[in-house]
Design a binder for this molecule. Structure first.
Ligand SMILES: Nc1ncnc2c1ncn2[C@@H]1O[C@H](COP(=O)(O)OP(=O)(O)OP(=O)(O)O)[C@@H](O)[C@H]1O
Ligand SMILES: [Mg+2]
Length: 411
């Protein structure tokens, strides 16, 4: 008897190893990040001699290899240390999940747990006690400890200053070991938010990661395709198309790899043995729609109201939107939704955020002696009803969208 999975089994799969396209897959080598890797190696080589490496902060937008480079360098460092009999330990902490002083210290101490140690509870101890236990365990281990704080800008803001104070003071308190910090952030203004005295104690070297260009993305995709896809199912020209699209829009390797993954699924579901340009085009549309919908759902309320205002302006035929025209609509939207508007400065930074997330195109223009403004247009793909999507998760948007607006001057 036929089995219902018969027709679903993937005999002529274009994939050879799907895991290669998993966002957590670590590539064995990391091309096109030589400058950044060299800068990290220069600092970290000190650890191999028992000295304290300089602190570093890795900056750059999403998907440009910050996490991958820090992992790659960390692994290489530990390997080298083992070969030459030096004691170096890396501790990677993702501050998006482990986001308070207590939890970060807890995580470091947990990594140094030995049999017979008291288990530190997830909550309940005074944070200072967790700190002294962490220091005790670091000293017991000896050597140099490299603390990698990934997504450092996600630390809950109140605990962040004290934690950074603790971590930048470690070398004063440690007796038998040393510590160094590698912070990772995609918020370029992040260090500005750290209080001056802590920032100067951190005295970190900034290592900047820039978006990949088309040639670089092409190389990255070819590397993945060689191990993840069946030989003959792809060619460099098609991958180049995928790289060109990704470089033009963002230069993000994660998104480029994901586009190739979805294109492969498209090829397979069309029973094609090869990946063609049309598979990439339709995958691109799907990925972009999903990304925009997820972003719109996740926007905080005032960002939703700002986006609603931009769209209402567009529907009203305002071709050149400025910060001023958006502000007028936004304050009316807040009134309808029963919300107090944010300041015009906050509105302006929300609009800049839309630009970074490719939800809007924002161009700064000079008005001569009348100062500066922005020209804003939404980048929501046609076919996506942004207001409906935001209303699905937020009643307040519905209230704002269903009201009537004073018609503005058409520009
Ligand atoms: N140079 C490269 N070679 C091969 N793969 C890469 C390269 N750079 C990034 N990648 C891959 O792209 C994906 C994203 O990289 P990574 O996680 O390092 O980005 P990130 O800069 O930390 O981004 P985010 O700020 O969003 O955390 C990963 O799957 C990684 O393996
Ligand atoms: Mg990362």
């Amino acid at each position: 008897m036929a089995n219902i999975f018969d027709s679903a089994s993937r005999k002529n799969s274009v994939f050879v190893d799907r895991r290669v396209f998993d966002p957590h897959h670590s590539p064995p080598t990391l091309n096109h990040r030589d400058t950044q890797i060299r800068a990290m190696v220069m600092n970290l080589a000190d650890a191999l001699e028992g000295h304290i490496p300089g602190n570093m902060i890795l900056f750059g937008p999403s998907g440009v290899g910050k996490t991958a480079a820090s992992r790659f360098v960390g692994q290489q460092l530990e390997e080298r240390a083992q070969v030459i009999g030096s004691s170096v330990y890396t501790h990677e902490i993702n501050c998006q999940h482990v986001n308070t002083r207590y939890r970060v210290l807890h995580r470091i101490a947990e990594g140094l747990q030995q049999t017979g140690d008291q288990v530190i509870p997830f909550t309940g101890w005074p944070a200072d006690r967790v700190l002294s236990e962490t220091i005790r365990r670091m000293d017991r281990q000896g050597g140099v400890h490299i603390l990698i704080l990934d997504e450092m800008d996600q630390l809950a803001s109140r605990s962040e200053d004290q934690l950074l104070y603790d971590l930048t003071s470690l070398n004063v308190l440690l007796r038998e070991s040393r510590a160094s910090i590698i912070g990772i952030s995609n918020d370029l203004g992040f260090t500005e938010k750290i209080p001056g005295p802590i920032r100067s104690r951190l005295s970190a070297e900034d290592i900047v990661f820039t978006p990949y260009d088309s040639d670089q993305l092409s190389d990255i995709l070819v590397e993945r395709a060689k191990i993840g896809l069946r030989k003959g199912a792809w060619d460099e020209g098609t991958l180049r198309f995928c790289a060109d699209l990704s470089a033009k829009e963002h230069g993000d390797a994660r998104r480029a790899i994901d586009l190739l993954r979805v294109s492969t699924i498209r090829a397979e579901s069309n029973n094609s043995d090869t990946i063609e340009i049309e598979h990439i085009q339709s995958a691109h549309k799907q990925v972009e729609h999903e990304r925009v919908i997820a972003l719109l759902h996740g926007l905080p309320l005032h960002q939703k109201l700002t986006m609603t205002s931009i769209i209402i302006n567009e529907r009203n035929g305002i071709i050149t939107q400025t910060t001023g025209t958006i502000w007028e609509t936004y304050t009316q939207a807040c009134g309808l939704a029963g919300m107090k508007p944010l300041t015009s400065r906050s509105l302006s930074s929300i609009i800049n955020g839309f630009h970074s997330a490719s939800l809007a195109h924002v161009k700064n223009v000079s008005l001569g002696r009348r100062g500066r403004t922005k020209h804003v247009s939404s980048l929501i793909p046609r076919g996506i009803d942004a207001i409906r999507i935001m209303s699905e998760v937020d009643e307040t948007v519905k209230l704002a969208a269903n009201g009537s607006y004073k018609l503005q001057r058409r520009l």
